[in-house]
Write a protein that binds this ligand. Structure first.
Ligand code: FMN
Length: 90
């Protein structure tokens, strides 16, 4: 592991995003099981998050996850392309 990641900041960052994405998705499923709604966002000020949450040099803000109660009159999920159009299984 050390050989794979040490001195490879790009790989470290890729791995941080991969891992955080799994964590974020798991959190969203858990929230849904408790009747909550959530919304991931990647459009935020990472420097501001680092500053406000006093993150260390090895902590990378990957996404913000807003959590709350879905409003009754909220709009429905936007349409998704069929899985077969966006995923190839080899
Ligand atoms: C990884 C990720 C990052 C996102 N970042 C943003 C964002 O910065 N701003 C935004 O308005 N929506 C963002 N979205 C989209 C919303 O989270 C949400 O999925 C979108 O409003 C569609 O709603 P729906 O999933 O209920 O159809 C992001 C979605 C994902 C998966």
């Amino acid at each position: 592991m050390r050989q794979t990641y040490e001195h490879h900041p790009g790989r470290q960052r890729d791995e941080a995003f991969r891992t955080a994405t799994f964590a974020g998705a798991t959190l969203m499923f858990a929230e849904q099981a408790f009747g909550l709604a959530s919304c991931p966002t990647g459009g935020f000020d990472p420097d501001g998050v680092v500053r406000e949450f006093a993150l260390g040099p090895q902590e990378i803000p990957v996404m913000l996850l807003a959590v709350g109660h879905g409003a009754a009159d909220n709009w429905p999920p936007k349409p998704r392309r069929p899985v077969t159009e966006v995923l190839d299984l080899a």
